[in-house]
Design a protein around this ligand. Structure first.
Ligand SMILES: Cc1cc2nc3c(=O)[nH]c(=O)nc-3n(C[C@H](O)[C@H](O)[C@H](O)COP(=O)(O)O)c2cc1C
Length: 256
């Protein structure tokens, strides 16, 4: 477990070899063992292998090439629909059609996703999560015909790696672990702890002349500018997606 987890890297380039059906089934069964809130297992996963369906996902996820290469795409959903249906057939009092129900399902879904990812990596498969799941939530609901009270939370592409990238850097553990109470970093610590990441990331982005010129034109001078620019996680994008998510959660009966 330690070796698998400590060697994790996201894979974005895949061989065309399929994942054997029995292996995929074993991986999904491993997900079933994950902890879940009240053992309700308020999650579902949509398995996409069909080429035409993957093409639709490719469009929905802002054309991430790895979707077309990887033999399998897994879309993990918060799912309180199944629980509510069970309650309904027994005429019990309903619940879960609210934000807490959604968050309960979302946490269950992500825990199951990570269990499956670690199991996949342990047998030499590669994986990459896709945050574009949030950005495409409304479209994914349509594509997968998700009933009310089901909501896509995260997606994973999976397959045999066609690349062996280096381990990505990480912030030091002491920034993420707090003992007994939260410790805020001073400005000097913030600069010091991020300096290597700033240098490496900036060198990576500016190594390509066309990108360097584009960044200069847009007044992007450091990596933090880049993170909140139109190329990454701008406030405009966040506002647009947040508004869509609230509207879609409302439509799916998962708000308040
Ligand atoms: C929730 C989540 C969403 C992510 N979304 C994307 C994505 O849309 N596209 C992508 O190429 N990588 C995506 N990643 C992968 C991250 O970029 C990657 O985990 C991070 O850069 C660290 O690299 P590593 O996983 O290789 O260590 C995502 C990862 C997570 C956990």
């Amino acid at each position: 477990m330690f070796e698998v987890a400590n060697n994790h890297r996201s894979i974005r380039s895949y061989r065309s070899d399929p994942i054997d059906g029995a292996l995929l089934s074993d991986l999904l069964h491993t997900g079933l063992r994950s902890s879940s809130s009240g053992n309700m297992q308020t999650w579902s996963v949509i398995v996409t292998r069909d080429t035409a369906a993957k093409r639709q996902l490719f469009q929905a996820h802002r054309k991430q090439q790895m979707i077309l290469e990887a033999p399998v795409v897994l879309t993990f959903c918060a799912d309180v629909f199944r629980m509510r249906e069970w309650i309904r057939v027994h005429d019990s009092k309903q619940s879960f059609d609210d934000l807490l129900g959604f968050l309960t399902g979302a946490v269950d879904a992500v825990i199951a996703a990570q269990t499956i990812c670690l199991a996949a990596e342990s047998v030499g498969l590669g994986i990459c999560y896709m945050g574009t799941t949030w950005w495409a939530a409304d479209r994914l609901i349509e594509l997968f015909e998700l009933p009310k009270h089901v909501f896509p939370v995260t997606s994973v592409v999976m397959g045999y790696p066609a690349e062996s990238p280096k381990l990505r850097d990480r912030l030091p553990l002491e920034l993420l672990v707090h003992h007994e109470r939260y410790r805020r970093l001073s400005d000097a610590e913030l600069r010091e702890y991020h300096s290597e990441r700033e240098r490496n990331a900036w060198a990576r982005y500016t190594a390509i002349a066309s990108i360097r010129e584009q960044l200069e034109r847009d007044g992007i001078r450091r990596i933090t500018d880049y993170y909140t620019s139109k190329y990454k996680y701008s406030k405009a994008l966040h506002t647009e997606v947040s508004e869509m998510l609230i509207k879609t959660l409302q439509a799916q009966g998962l708000w308040l």
